[in-house]
Ligand binder design. Structure first.
Ligand code: AMP
Length: 133
């Protein structure tokens, strides 16, 4: 499957590459939440987590740890958000698996505002039984 990220990987769309290996590559997000916001992208265009081999997922997390260290050291950020939008309904715009690593600063006001719900009596236990893995 061709995606905007496969086109970037082939050099058909310009981008700023931060890393490239057999399984994954990393670029700067063109519309950063904060400057330095980067993406770690699978070389193969797996649409979501479900179809991605475990070895590739593990590698993505190893790269996430390295990227987090670089962002802290080089930009002096206080924290990072490490996010996967996994499927269209979660906000995924590009159906090609990628991790966002977003540098965050004290008081930067870039809150990710997901509205939370509450469980009714006993409901959390039912969810717990249903969702064991
Ligand atoms: P998602 O919504 O999780 O699929 O995220 C897709 C991300 O890709 C967004 O944050 C976009 O800003 C980013 N993006 C889209 N096109 C490009 C591009 N040509 N170069 C770099 N990042 C891009």
């Amino acid at each position: 499957m061709e995606t905007i990220f496969t086109k970037i990987l082939k050099g058909e769309i310009p981008s700023i590459f931060l890393h490239k290996d057999e399984l994954c590559f990393s670029i700067l997000d063109i519309n950063p939440v904060n400057k330095g916001h980067l993406l770690i992208i699978t070389t193969e265009a797996y649409p979501t987590l479900e179809s991605c081999p475990e070895a590739v997922l593990s590698h993505m997390m190893v790269l996430a740890k390295k990227a987090d260290k670089v962002l802290r050291e080089k930009l002096g950020c206080d924290a990072t958000n490490v996010i996967i939008n996994n499927g269209k309904e979660s906000g995924q715009e590009v159906p090609h698996l990628h991790l966002h690593i977003i540098p965050r600063y004290k008081g930067d006001g870039k809150t990710l505002h997901l509205v939370k719900e509450t469980y009714s009596d006993g409901e959390i236990a039912d969810y717990g039984k249903k969702l064991e893995f």
